[in-house]
Design a protein around this ligand. Sequence first.
Ligand code: ADE
Length: 225
Amino acid sequence: MRFDIISVLPDLLQSPFAHSILQRAQKKGIAEIHVHNLREYADNKHKSVDDYPYGGGSGMVMQIAPFAACIEKLQAERQYDEIIYMTPDGVTLNQEIANGLSSAENIMILCGHYKGIDQRIRDIYVTKEMSIGDYVLSGGELPAAILVDAVIRLIPGVLSDETSALTDSFQDGLLDAPIYTRPVDWKGHKVPEILLSGHEAKIMAWRHEQQLKRTKERRPDLLND
Ligand code: ADE
């Protein structure tokens, strides 16, 4: 699976993909992440990619020409399943959407800055608009990194123990059960007896019960859908 991310701050996107599971997925050849510097597609000597909004108002707007040049260059090289614009007014990312995207072959992600991007880029090129939550960040780079992380870990073969993605919170529509490791007793705070019993069926039943309890307490909305 290949991601092409278009950004004015490509350096911001180096570190998030250079560690742990995402790094391993790239080394195994399962995922490729390419970051493109939008300024290289600017058609002026100052490499500026934004301008004042028509109609007035505060903030600058990212112009159509640099995005169009970069997007069309990439589209000439391969077919994209989705061209996603990260924006707080998009559809909120969830596990179901991440699952759906994990079977795509090529995904392009556009990162906005300032006030946002010219609406015509959205109208002409974008196939999905995604938000990572109801709050506003300075740009689309961190949201793009979150989306890429959520999707890559779901591609078969990325996690060494495949069941660990299947038992993630949300994967079955419920939050995860509490987890423990050594020591059994930390200053009087003990691991629940049942987890030490070795009785697999009882442990599974306990975990499911805990998942329901947690979901009911913390995210009752997940049970009502
Ligand atoms: N860009 C700025 N804020 C964002 C958000 N919450 N989700 C996606 N992209 C964004």
